[in-house]
Write a new protein. Structure first.
Length: 140
């Protein structure tokens, strides 16, 4: 099995809270950054999605906070799509410090919305496959 797509991020001081660790909401921002970075690396842009009349939507997200992160910590944020049958897909993500310690695990359920109908498309996998110049990044 191939390694999941990953992006490096450095924790910035303004992202920390009064205890000096990364604010809990910023973990979600890091996950979102990794997802959009994967789309871009696969050749999918926001403009391209809109031109096709679709947009990704988040339906559910769970974050397990395991280790604190502090200003200056360097992390890697992974992104791995899992395809099933139907209108939704899962995204598994890990935020890992350079020392190997896992700071957070994120599991999300997403879909691809038809922007005109305001409903999920029947097979998002086919849209991603058709739009991507490198569909292997999605495991397709």
């Amino acid at each position: 099995m191939a390694e999941p797509y990953a992006v490096p991020v450095t924790v910035r001081g303004y992202e920390t809270d009064v205890q000096g660790h990364l604010n809990q909401a910023v973990y979600v921002n890091y996950a979102e950054h990794a997802r959009w970075s994967l789309l871009q690396a696969a050749g999918i842009t926001q403009a391209g999605l809109v031109a096709k009349g679709v947009g990704p939507v988040s339906l559910e997200m769970t974050v397990r906070y395991l280790r604190e992160l502090r200003a200056g910590d360097e992390v890697e944020v992974t992104c791995d799509f899992e395809w099933g049958e139907g209108k939704t897909f899962r995204i598994r993500q890990t935020i890992r410090r350079t020392d190997g310690a896992v700071a957070a695990e994120i599991t999300a359920v997403g879909g691809l919305m038809d922007l005109k109908e305001r409903r999920l498309v029947a097979d998002p996998r086919e849209y991603f496959r058709a739009l991507a110049t490198d569909p292997q990044l999605f495991g397709l």
